[in-house]
Write a protein that binds this ligand. Structure first.
Ligand code: URA
Length: 210
């Protein structure tokens, strides 16, 4: 992937996202829509995966059939909201390895604090797709990717649902080698670090905690 920002403006993605943004949408519906969008976004983030061929026999004749090449990719969820994207993508790529980075946002400083880190082995040999629905200040995403690079990851992509211009700029500055795939780039962040117009707190909306 050569572009730094890939905006997935597919009509299905945009329609589903609009329903998710609506504050009248229920927790169950929100979670289901996130699962569906995650698969459409996964389609984009994996578009140019390396391929090879495998010799198979169809009922008609032998053929060299295209299959994915290389080591199983790693999906890394930034807890807890990342899990809402993770579940759907795992349905599409069931053999993917899975890691978790636990970061919470200090509501005063808006800085990330790490409380959990567990990732697959041989990260250096895998495509690592990091998932978090909201790229807001970029602080958590940048910190998570810092840690993944420390753990050896060299080929990283970042998948989110909504991004702020501020978050994109922060990621580009800190990790220019990491392409961002998103369904929307919103207007701005508010003083509390929330994306506007956004959809509110993604974790609360998907888990019904508020
Ligand atoms: N995290 C969220 O869940 N929502 C935002 O708008 C920003 C960060």
């Amino acid at each position: 992937m050569t572009e730094h920002l890939i905006h997935v403006d597919h009509p299905l993605v945009q329609h589903k996202l609009s329903i998710m943004r609506d504050k009248a949408t229920s927790t169950a519906e929100f979670r289901q829509l996130l699962r569906e969008i995650s698969q459409l976004l996964a389609y984009e983030v994996t578009r140019n995966l390396p391929m090879t061929t495998r010799r198979i026999e169809t009922p008609m004749e032998p053929m060299d059939a295209p299959v994915l090449d290389g080591k199983k990719l790693a999906l890394v969820s930034i807890l807890r909201a990342g899990n809402g994207l993770l579940d759907g993508i795992l349905e599409l790529i069931p053999s993917a390895r899975v890691g978790f980075v636990g970061l919470y946002r200090d509501e005063e400083t808006l800085k990330p604090v790490e409380y959990y880190f567990k990732v697959p082995d041989a990260l250096a040999d895998r495509l690592v797709i990091t998932v978090d629905p909201m790229l807001a200040t970029g602080n958590s995403s940048v910190a998570a990717i810092d840690r993944l690079k420390q753990a050896g990851a060299m080929n990283i992509r970042f998948l989110c649902l909504l991004a702020s211009p501020e978050g994109i700029a922060r990621m580009k500055e800190a990790h220019p080698d990491v392409p961002i795939v998103t369904a929307a780039v919103d207007s701005h962040l508010n003083d509390a670090g929330y994306i506007v117009p956004g959809l509110g707190d993604a974790g609360d909306r998907m888990f019904g905690t508020k």
